[in-house]
Design a protein around this ligand. Structure first.
Ligand code: CA
Length: 227
């Protein structure tokens, strides 16, 4: 399994990203400073670097440059307020970007996507459900239902991939909030219902059968996974 190095000085973010990645089976190394990050970049042989660009000791650019030099793909974590030329320039070096505040689920999906791109051999792993009606390709961040590509918001994508992660299992609203939107969005349970409504609408007439309501409990995927 792949090793991910997380270089981030904010402890809360570091911890939650680590937890989510480990839950997906990744091996995770963490560093709170750029210097430690550089050390682990060479000593830890990571397969991917999740890099906060605003580090306390050295310029995140320097860490990015070193990762690029040794061929380690990078997902940059950027503050929403930092959309300046410097960050734009980085787009040439980083494989992907996540803007704070982000959902940990989104980070996990981006990691899978970048690693999928990095190793083509294992990238063809679209999962299908309900005898091929629903197709979810996390590596390419695409979903199809009845052969029509779904144009999903990040939240809808997170909801669908979460319930599809364990077909038939019921997820409570609070669990969905926690998994899909992360810690910044605590208290938004009631908005899950409106996101589910929108998701079902995009799924068409059978939307309510794909994402089923379990009264008084939450939601679940109403299709079983194909073998
Ligand atoms: Ca920072």
């Amino acid at each position: 399994m792949a090793t991910v190095l997380v270089v981030e000085d904010e402890r809360d973010i570091r911890d939650i990203v680590r937890r989510y990645l480990e839950r997906e089976g990744y091996s995770v190394l963490t560093a709170a400073t750029g210097a430690e990050g550089l050390r682990l970049l060479s000593d830890g042989a990571p397969d991917l670097l999740l890099l906060d660009l605003g580090l306390p000791d050295i310029d995140g650019l320097d860490v990015l440059q070193e990762a690029t030099r040794i061929g380690v793909p990078v997902i940059a974590l950027t503050a929403r307020s930092s959309v300046d030329d410097r960050i734009r320039g980085l787009e040439r070096g980083a494989d992907d970007y996540v803007t704070k505040p982000f959902s940990p689920q989104e980070v996990v999906l981006r990691v899978a996507a970048v690693l999928g791109r990095a190793s083509r051999t294992s990238s063809d792993q679209a999962a299908t459900f309900g005898h091929g009606r629903l197709v979810i390709d996390t590596a390419r961040h695409r979903a199809e239902f009845d052969s029509v590509e779904l144009d999903l918001t990040p939240t809808e994508w997170g909801l669908l991939t979460t319930v599809a992660g364990t077909p038939g299992r019921v997820f409570s609203r609070s669990e969905l909030v926690n998994r899909v939107r992360g810690y910044e969005f605590a208290g938004y349970e009631r908005t899950v219902d409106s996101h589910v409504k929108n998701l079902r609408h995009k799924l068409g007439l059978d939307g309510a059968e794909v994402v089923e309501t379990v009264l008084g409990v939450g939601y679940r995927l109403g299709l079983s996974r194909d073998q």
